[in-house]
Write a protein that binds this ligand. Structure first.
Ligand SMILES: O=C[C@H](O)COP(=O)(O)O
Length: 249
């Protein structure tokens, strides 16, 4: 059975005081759940977040990391630095990293490799832009993103991979893929992995949907058979909304 996962990506939001307040509210309101719950605060707030969630089921994860072990990479963070503070899951390939920081499939493949070499878990994000969908190229785009970054991995590495399909046109726009569009793409992703590997790899990997998931639409999206949870942006910044989304899974 695949893990159900609800992950909150806080992006560049919440200073230290706000981070502590949101974590305290989340901890107090967290419902009983079989799902894995993750939050990704900004780098400078990872240590206090890990400390404040020591007794909690909520896992603190990172939004990004560099592929090098160490060295002259001003402003960057390595896998070892994350592991050393108790963070062993990292988001890689978010569309904002691709769009604003020039992260190509080649760079992302190196980041995934570095995370796996350090025995970290990866939440790998990918998804098409609006023009890809308009020109009905979305399946090809998604297939090539997966192939370029992940399909040279050993079968054994897939146990450390979580996928997050995020159509770029649905991120922060209030426009979501319909539950049927999400299901259609998630089923396509599983079929693509089956063809590249086999059904047992494809059926074990959790595939999250991301893009304007809110309390009002979460349940219907999560009810789809190939949707194993969500990567939540804006709604994860409001405790009541994030809690409602966790309850929806
Ligand atoms: O990482 C999260 C996604 O970018 C979704 O963001 P959003 O829920 O604000 O659309």
């Amino acid at each position: 059975m695949r893990s159900k996962i609800v992950a909150g990506n806080w992006k560049m939001n919440k200073n230290l005081i706000e981070t502590e307040a949101l974590l305290a509210e989340l901890s107090a309101k967290l419902p009983d759940t079989d799902a894995e719950v993750m939050v990704a605060p900004t780098f400078v707030n990872l240590v206090p977040a890990v400390r404040s969630l020591e007794q909690s089921i909520i896992e603190v994860i990172a939004q990004n990391m560099h592929f090098a072990e160490s060295g002259a990479y001003t402003g960057e963070i390595s896998a070892d630095m994350l592991l050393n503070i108790g963070v062993d899951t990292v988001i890689i390939g978010h569309s904002e990293r691709r769009a604003y920081f020039g992260e190509t499939d080649e760079i992302l493949a190196k980041k995934v490799q570095a995370a796996l070499e350090n025995n970290m878990r990866v939440v790998f994000c990918f998804g098409e832009e609006l023009e890809d969908r308009r020109s009905e190229n979305h399946f090809e785009v998604v297939e090539s993103q997966l192939k370029n970054a992940l399909f040279s991995l050993e079968v054994s590495s897939w146990g450390k991979i979580v996928l997050a399909y995020e159509p770029v046109w649905a991120i922060g726009t209030g426009e979501t893929a319909t539950p049927d569009q999400a299901q259609e793409m998630h089923a396509f992703i599983r079929k693509t992995i089956t063809e590249a590997y086999d059904a047992s790899v494809a059926n074990k990997v959790s595939i999250l949907y991301g893009g304007s998931v809110k309390p009002g639409n979460a349940q219907e999206i999560f009810s789809k058979p190939d949707v194993d949870g969500g990567l939540i942006g804006g709604a994860s910044l409001v405790a009541d909304d994030f809690v409602a989304i966790i309850k929806a899974i």
